[in-house]
Design a binder for this molecule. Structure first.
Ligand code: FAD
Ligand code: UDP
Length: 373
């Protein structure tokens, strides 16, 4: 008899498993249908011995002291600031997010102050009465030409939708800068787990009260395991047998390659905003991990309609459908829904950790500890 069954061994499930086991002393069973822990953040050595991320590049960044301190119990860190270049159709490489260097290189200009760059943007920005969509966000800031160069094609490939059909929150993830800062993120903490994500998850789950069963689907064991309460981190619509219809998730195909040379590209990720190639970006892991190796491994990301659910698709009709599932989830006793798929939110890793820690606090208030009931 377990106190808790946790479905999913990603950040949501693993953070909660560790808290329930070590703080409340409860018996926890964590299952995952995949053959490994770590969820989408899973990393492993490939055939050449290079540490790669099976589900695409994961860079940890957060402004939350609490999240950083929490994870620091399970890993040491390697300082890493991610840099991204966009490769245009003519082969030109320019910084992404758009910054002063991007504007200067693209237009053969030599703007030197932030005011000059802001004036450049303002002269091109389109008046948008209400910023609603992902197109509005960009054209209202930098105008249509830069939007078409960097955002329209990339977004169409990534989501199978035009930016005008997507919530503003999607392209709002990427800032526009008037200075020369070429970092992808500006969070106060930007690190990679020193020994990788999987090692960090293994330490989190290594507790006498935690049983981990990988290669185990919930449907196959739900009638065989006995447990009092559950944490669900899989897709919320799956839990309810798609009662209101399927929630759309965007998928990706990851094409992993090893090259017989030391370096493949100048930075961790090169984005391909144009529709002349089917992939959105190429990431080279040694930039992220600091691994020294005579060969190098990269991953191409090819967006796909079918496959594992990687991205909730932020648009109004999907939010409305999710609300229906959320109401069901709220009314389901003894099951806690946590994580990117279970709460249908386009969350980064740190946001999922924060959500799991907040859920743990709510459990502490609402659920008497086993033995105290
Ligand atoms: P997941 O990691 O998806 O874990 C859920 C687990 O539940 C899965 O392992 C799944 O197999 C399992 N599961 C589902 N249903 C069942 C079932 N019925 N039975 C058993 N098991 C089940 N975030 C960042 O902060 N930085 C980044 O650089 C970054 N890059 C990303 C790149 C890509 C390509 C993607 C897709 C995401 C990226 N993210 C990044 C987001 C990050 O992956 C997520 O925030 C995080 O992994 C979500 O954790 P989770 O536990 O909610 O879900
Ligand atoms: N985006 C874009 N061009 C880029 C980078 C991002 O159009 O070069 C848009 C695209 O819609 C993408 C979104 O901005 O899905 C968010 O980008 P981010 O890099 O945060 O995506 P993620 O890492 O979550 O896949």
């Amino acid at each position: 008899m377990f106190d808790w069954l946790i479905v999913g061994a990603g950040f949501a499930g693993s953070v909660l498993a560790e808290r329930l086991a070590s703080v409340r002393g409860e018996k926890v069973c964590v299952i995952d249908r995949r053959d490994h822990i770590g969820g989408n953040a899973y990393d492993e050595l490939d055939a050449a011995g290079i540490l790669i991320h099976r589900y695409g590049p994961h860079i940890f960044h957060t402004n939350s002291e609490a999240v950083f301190a929490h994870l620091s119990q399970f890993t040491k860190w390697r300082a890493y600031e991610h840099r991204v270049l966009a490769r245009l159709a003519d082969g030109m490489l320019v910084p992404m997010p758009i910054n002063r260097t991007t504007v200067n290189r693209l237009n053969a200009l030599s703007l030197t102050t932030e005011d000059e760059v802001e004036a450049f943007f303002s002269a091109r920005a389109e008046a948008v009465p209400e910023i609603r969509t992902s197109e509005d966000v960009v054209v209202s800031r930098v105008g249509r030409k830069l939007y078409e160069t960097f955002f329209r094609g990339y977004t169409r490939k990534q989501w199978g939708l035009d930016p005008s059909e997507l919530d503003r929150s999607v392209t709002s993830r990427v800032p526009t800068r008037a200075d020369n800062d070429d970092r992808y993120f500006t969070d106060t903490h930007q690190f990679m787990p020193l020994d990788g994500y999987t090692a960090m998850f293994a330490r989190m789950l290594e507790h006498p009260n935690i049983t981990v069963m990988t290669g185990t689907d919930y449907a196959a064991v739900k009638d065989k395991l006995s447990f009092r309460r559950m944490v669900w981190t899989g897709p919320v619509d799956e839990f309810f047998d798609f009662r209101f219809g399927k929630l759309p998730y965007r998928s990706l195909v990851f094409q992993h390659e090893t090259h017989d040379r030391e370096w493949f590209q100048p930075v961790g990720t090169v984005n391909f905003p144009g529709e002349e190639v089917p992939f959105t970006r190429v990431s080279e892991y040694k930039h992220l991990t600091g691994q020294v190796h005579p060969k190098t491994s990269v991953t191409y990301e090819l967006p796909a309609a079918e496959g594992d659910p990687y991205y909730p698709v932020p648009r109004p009709e999907n939010a409305a459908l999710y609300k229906q599932y959320e109401a069901l989830a709220d009314a389901t006793e003894n099951v806690w829904f946590v994580g990117r798929l279970a709460t249908y939110r386009y969350y980064n890793m740190d946001q999922v950790v924060a959500q799991a820690l907040a859920t743990f606090k709510r459990i502490e208030t609402a659920v008497p500890r086993t033995g105290d009931e």
